[in-house]
Design a protein around this ligand. Structure first.
Ligand code: KG4
Ligand code: ZN
Length: 391
């Protein structure tokens, strides 16, 4: 079953074609990061307008890539002599689109496009959950078929390779149930235990800011560019994680998180470092910090935030003894989290490539496949968006 996935919940316009939930045929992502960078975060109206501009070319490119590239790496089918089909739509069995959570204007562009295409092309349509989608990035085989990440402003095409193309589908195994998922993105920080597909319990979640949101806010204080996760990770490489010890939130529920206190503690420590009190504007701290201090703050904050994630994931592992552990969402792209979790967990852990951890449509197509095995499609005339959809 070949699924076209469409994702527009925040600031990435993405389309992807995935076979049977696991075999990535194409993955096109147009990132608006450069546009939002100058504002230090995502501007919802700007995001929605940008989605309108690129969604149709992105879908078209994903369809083209899918059927011109399957001959390349697949060890299961297609030989190079196979002719590409005249209309890629003939190969698509269903469409999956993110229906929520996310920014309402951004979600509407994806859902209305998917509804229209489902009606015009006569394909079944599934509206799916963005956060669950992040987990399904781990169900996609790490085979490199060349994922395209475009820079919207320059229009330049920057091909970003997926993980090792030397692995074959035969060596790779699907994550096993029961499965423990640490979901960490700009909007979510959750520990979820799956007994099977769609049978899960929420063990804990953040009481306030999501961890990615805390990275983004602390980056702003330190004068580092948006998005904060990668820029803090980069600065931290040359910083001392022990330079500014930061507190760990104490919560009565063992699997809940809180990151807003950590963000404020970092702010207060930075104000103190430049000899000011809590009244000093957070927007003017960066200009008074030395480069070395910024690196030390980045390393100290990253260490505190990631230590909490690792500690709680290990606690949940010890209690529930799942057959596999996965990490999902933009923060799962963090090399520091990957390294620390691998060190702390007593089992082997495989990570999805970074480009499938941040927002993409391959994860949406994969989730749609597993949903399509279990339920009827949605009505393309009425499918709505759900900006606050919870897990
Ligand atoms: O999943 P995502 O792309 O969008 C949401 O659904 O929120 O996650 C975006 C978040 C941002 O807060 C960003 O700072 C963080 O993921 N992020 C990272 C990395 N790449 C993105 N955090 C740590 N390390 C990274 N390499
Ligand atoms: Zn996301």
């Amino acid at each position: 079953m070949v699924i076209l996935g469409i994702e527009t919940s925040c600031d990435e316009t993405a389309a992807s074609v995935v076979r049977d939930g696991t075999e990535l045929l194409s993955n096109v992502i147009v990132s608006q990061i450069d546009i939002h960078k100058e504002f230090g975060g995502v501007v919802p109206e700007v995001a929605a307008r940008s989605h309108i501009e690129v969604i149709l070319p992105v879908i078209e490119k994903a369809l083209q890539d899918a059927f011109s590239m399957t001959a390349v790496n697949s060890d299961q089918r297609a030989t190079s002599s196979e002719q590409p089909p005249s209309d890629p739509w003939d190969q698509i069995d269903a469409i999956g689109v993110t229906k929520g959570p996310g920014l309402i204007g951004s979600l509407l562009i994806g859902v209305l496009t998917a509804r229209t295409l489902a009606l015009v092309k006569n394909k079944p349509l599934y509206g799916v959950h963005h956060v669950l989608g992040h987990v399904y990035a781990n169900f996609i085989a790490p085979i490199d078929r060349g994922t395209r990440v475009w820079n919207l402003e320059s229009g330049a095409k920057t091909p970003k390779p997926l993980a090792s193309s030397t692995q074959s589908l035969k060596q790779w195994e699907l994550p096993k149930f029961p499965l423990l998922a640490l979901i960490v993105s700009g909007g979510h920080s959750q520990l979820v235990l799956f007994d099977d597909h769609f049978k899960y319990q929420l063990l804990g979640q953040t009481r306030d800011d999501a961890v990615g949101e805390a990275f983004d806010k602390v980056a702003k204080i330190l004068g580092l560019p948006y998005p904060g996760g990668p820029s803090i990770g980069q600065a931290a490489l040359e910083g001392n994680p022990g330079a500014y010890p930061l507190p760990d939130a104490r919560l009565d529920s063992p699997y809940d998180f809180s990151f807003s206190g950590l963000k404020t503690a970092t702010l207060r420590r930075a104000q103190a470092e430049i000899g000011q009190d809590y009244n000093f504007s957070s927007g003017r701290i960066a200009e008074r910090l030395s480069e070395a201090q910024v690196k030390d703050f980045a390393a100290s904050f990253q260490h505190a935030a990631i230590s909490t994630l690792v500690k709680k994931t290990c606690l949940a592992y010890d209690e529930y003894r799942p057959a596999s552990v996965v990490i999902a969402g933009g923060v799962a792209a963090s090399p520091y989290l990957r390294e620390k979790l691998r060190e702390a967990l007593p089992i082997d852990i495989e990570y999805a490539p970074g480009v499938l951890c941040t927002d993409n449509a391959a994860m949406i197509a994969s989730l749609t496949y597993f949903e399509s095995l279990r339920r009827e499609p949605d009505d393309p005339r009425t499918l709505s968006v759900f900006p606050s959809l919870s897990i």
